[in-house]
Design a protein around this ligand. Structure first.
Ligand code: F6P
Length: 356
């Protein structure tokens, strides 16, 4: 692709919770940029790097060698609250101007995209790449890091299964995902969990306990139950209830940040590489204020404000005024998208109970 809109130098940052595959995305942005004659500036610690002028100019491909396979993010990350203030934004704009940084690729979740759209509204060409283990960006089927986190969590639960079976115990495992049950659902299917609780669907506690008692009577020794952290505090409460009502010794396990720390899977590296390269193409095409999406295995783009809106609709956070401001087409599309995501989640939820 030709350098249609001429960029001499752009910045790249990773922001919010780190996710396996962020390094692969960063590497792809740097190398695709250099390939098109664009110098790339690595901003350290997400938006903090912009606010505090903390960055490094990357002008050689070898400066991002040997990172595609690494977990975490080697340009660091932060949940920089300073950037969300007007003085913080002003400092960021000065960093951009003084250092001739003409565009930004921001890798992260919804908080990262709010920052990106703010920059775009100040005239800075900005592209978002979805990178979070939570997979909670409704506009895309997939966020970088999700598959790796599911894989890591699955492997930990495989180890718990062995000890649960040996001791004839139940373990209730609280998995990450913030307000969303995606990690819980996929992990539950992959681990053959006995039950899963996620914020999106009603959890029939009484039935699960009755089924556990029956299963134990029929000879089942170990039980694995997965609870999403989005069901705030429920995992510990359920642990006590199960022990009281079934008499089965039950342990509560919270693997927490270990879920974020493993090596990126092949899929995460590949998707991150594709999205990084696409972000550079979009900048060159003159596009801004968009997020790269992956739906039905096809890369695409969506306006960041629309992506944030469809998220708000999915999470039931959209006010009647915000809804009224949508065009009928936007409203229909967003509603259909929310239904599609929810029905995909429901399919997995039902599958857990069908084949346990
Ligand atoms: O967004 C990724 C995530 O790991 C969530 O699953 C979790 O709720 C949150 O970040 C934890 O945040 P922190 O790393 O700031 O403790």
């Amino acid at each position: 692709m030709e350098n249609g809109k001429k960029f001499r130098r752009i910045g790249v940052l990773t922001s919010g919770g780190d996710a396996p595959g962020m390094n692969a995305a960063y590497r792809a942005v740097v190398r695709a940029g250099l390939d098109k004659g664009i110098e790339v500036v690595a901003l350290y610690g997400g938006y903090r790097g912009l606010v505090e002028s903390d960055f490094k100019v990357i002008s050689r491909r070898c400066e991002v060698s040997n990172i595609i396979n690494l977990a975490g993010t080697c340009i660091y990350t932060d949940r920089c609250t300073g950037f969300a203030t007007e003085p913080g934004m002003q400092k960021a704009l000065v960093t951009l101007k003084e250092n001739n940084i003409e565009g930004i690729v921001a890798i992260g979740g919804d908080g990262t995209f709010r920052g990106a759209t703010d920059l775009a509204s100040r005239g800075i060409p900005t592209i978002g790449i979805p990178g979070t283990i939570d997979n909670d960006i409704t506009a895309t089927d997939y966020t970088i890091g999700f598959g790796s986190a599911v894989d890591i969590t699955m492997k930990m639960i495989d180890s718990l299964r062995a000890t649960s079976e040996s001791h004839a115990r139940c373990c209730v495992v609280e998995v990450m995902g913030r307000h969303a049950g995606h990690i819980a659902l996929r992990t539950a299917v992959a681990c053959g969990a006995f039950a899963v609780a996620v914020p999106e669907f009603e959890f029939d506690e009484e039935k699960v306990i009755k089924d556990m008692i029956e299963a134990r009577a029929a000879g089942k020794r170990g039980f694995v139950i997965i609870v999403s952290e989005g069901c705030v505090g429920y995992g510990e409460k359920l642990t006590k209830t199960i022990e009281e009502k079934t008499g089965i010794t039950t342990r509560f396990i919270c693997p927490a940040h270990i879920q974020r720390g493993g090596d990126p899977t092949a899929d995460d590296r590949i998707i991150a590489s594709e999205m990084g390269s696409r972000a550079i193409d979009e900048l060159i095409r003159g596009n801004s204020d968009i997020v790269i999406t992956l739906r039905k295995n096809q890369l695409g783009t969506m306006n960041i404000k629309d992506a944030l809106n469809v998220d708000r609709m999915f999470k039931g956070k959209m006010t009647p005024e915000e809804k009224a401001a949508l065009t009928p087409d936007q409203n229909a599309w967003m509603q259909a998208r929310c239904d599609e995501v929810l029905s995909d989640m429901k399919r997995l939820y039902d599958l857990v109970y069908e084949i346990r």
